[in-house]
Design a protein around this ligand. Structure first.
Ligand code: BGP
Length: 473
């Protein structure tokens, strides 16, 4: 009983939210760099407002982020002190291929990640690497329209070959696209997509997604060819959808919402477009341009495991109902749940339900690669930070995850919290929305010393890992 002996405990971050150093050592500009802080952030993330470069008078948090680029040794030492077995991080595509369509990679970018992986390995920490966490070199957007172009598959393939070859002995766990469903909800942030006025957005989004799904299958194929030990996963922003009431129309609505989300993992894990998707495309007038060989590629190279982020469950109603904040997805407010300071509803049991839904659907190993509480922390006069609310959130979720393993038989490879160290919030660009066990001295405007210090949750998580999830007190 309990978690497997080799259970991968750790934490997760993304390049654009922690690295900074946006223009150092040959790195090119990316979509994630030009998303500003403040009221224009959302329109830019949605692709409704075009911003392809920095504009005077705006603050861009990703430029410096928490400067992991220069602090990685110190940060990894802290992860190791908590006993991390794994660390999930992502590659900034434009560090490796600054424009995205070059033939040769940027050596300085490759060296940076090689040093990070070696540092992790020196502590026995297994890297879990997201190939793209929202990144897209800006040149690929301006020249090709990003993922709307089929040519992106070739650029992504080149990136993957470079990474799999160079880090063959250093990295064995790969995720192809972070929260692939984000392309539907935040198309510019999620994949560098912009729209022309009057065009059918859904047509563009699903065509772009087809390219990503093909790129993901291709990456899985190449990863296995280069090193049969490689394990490749898909990554979904998950969270089961409940019906607001037992009214059949509400239940149906919840079913439809679940389906909209599971569409991605259905293709990546089962290897084909589900019939409900084909019907939906017909109904909505969406025509996917496919090439011969696409279907057989999807079928031959499904993922090895299914990973996902979980912050909350969602709720649906057939009629208009009060909405709640949540990981970008609009959701009906569930009257039975409490909310975080940022309005995200908290539902630990929903994690168990989500784990079961995914496992019953695919019978593949699962990996929870994001889960955590964004909250504002107070530094006391003695320097301590007593984040009991964070401990409480994580404890409840780990308990449910344990029940899913012990009582339901879900096969779970690991758990990485979002995020082990405070970093820039993806949705709001704030530093104040903190997730870490490690505090970073910086405010929303980018002021601060960047000094790292341990919160109360640091020692707690260390104990959780040391006891393999048995001691949650
Ligand atoms: C997920 C993203 C992460 C992360 C997290 C928390 O959607 O994969 O990048 O940021 O959500 O969200 P936020 O930072 O908006 O609080």
């Amino acid at each position: 009983m309990g978690f497997r002996q080799d259970f991968l405990w750790g934490g997760a971050t993304a390049a654009n939210q922690c690295e900074g150093a946006y223009n150092l050592d040959g790195r090119g500009l990316a979509n994630v760099d030009v998303v500003p802080f403040g009221s224009r952030r959302f329109p830019v993330m949605l692709g409704d407002e075009k911003m392809l470069d920095f504009e005077d008078g705006l603050f861009y948090p990703a430029k410096q982020a928490i400067d992991f680029y220069h602090h990685y040794k110190e940060d990894i030492a802290l992860f190791a002190a908590m006993g991390f077995k794994t660390y999930r991080m992502s590659i900034a595509w434009s560090r490796i291929y600054p424009l995205g369509d070059e033939l040769e990679p940027n050596e300085a970018g490759l060296v940076f990640y090689e040093n990070v992986f070696k540092e992790l390995r020196s502590y026995g920490i297994e890297p879990l690497v997201t190939i793209t966490h929202f990144d897209c070199p800006i040149h690929l957007t301006t020249k090709y329209g990003s993922w709307r172009s089929r040519e992106m598959i070739g650029f992504y393939e080149r990136l993957c070959r470079t990474l799999f070859t160079r880090y063959k002995d250093l990295v064995h766990y790969w995720l192809t696209f972070n929260e692939i469903n984000m392309m539907l909800h935040l198309p510019f942030m999620g994949g560098g997509l912009l729209f022309e006025t009057g065009e059918n957005k859904k047509q563009v989004q699903y065509q772009a997604l087809h390219h990503q799904l093909i790129a993901s299958a291709l990456a899985t194929k190449i990863a296995h060819e280069i090193n049969p030990e490689n394990k490749v996963g898909c990554m979904l922003a998950a969270g089961c959808v409940y019906a607001l009431t037992s009214k059949p129309e509400d239940v149906w609505e919840a079913h439809m919402k679940n389906r909209e989300n599971y569409f991605f993992t259905d293709v990546q894990s089962r290897g084909y477009y589900p019939s409900y998707a084909t019907k939906m495309f017909e109904r909505e007038g969406i025509k996917l341009a496919m090439e011969p060989g696409d279907e057989s590629l999807l079928a031959a190279h499904p993922v090895d495991f299914v990973s996902f982020s979980y912050y909350s469950s969602r709720c649906a109603s057939a009629e208009g109902a009060e909405q709640t904040e949540g990981n970008v997805f609009a959701s009906v407010k569930n009257p039975y749940l409490e909310s975080s300071e940022w309005g995200w509803q908290i539902d630990a049991l929903g994690l168990r339900t989500t784990l079961n839904q995914l496992y019953e659907r695919y019978q593949k190993p699962l990996f929870i690669v994001e889960n955590g509480l964004g909250a504002s922390d107070t530094v006391e006069s003695d320097g301590s930070i007593n984040d009991d609310y964070r401990i409480d959130y994580l404890r409840q979720h780990i308990r449910q995850m344990k029940l899913a393993v012990d009582l339901d038989g879900v096969e779970l490879l690991g758990y990485t919290t979002w995020a082990p160290i405070d970093l820039v919030s993806a949705s709001t660009g704030e530093m104040k929305k903190r997730y870490g066990f490690i505090y970073v001295d910086q405010d929303n405007a980018g002021h601060g010393t960047l000094k790292r210090s341990k919160k109360k949750s640091f020692a707690w998580y260390k104990k959780v890992i040391a006891s393999n999830g048995e001691d949650l007190d």
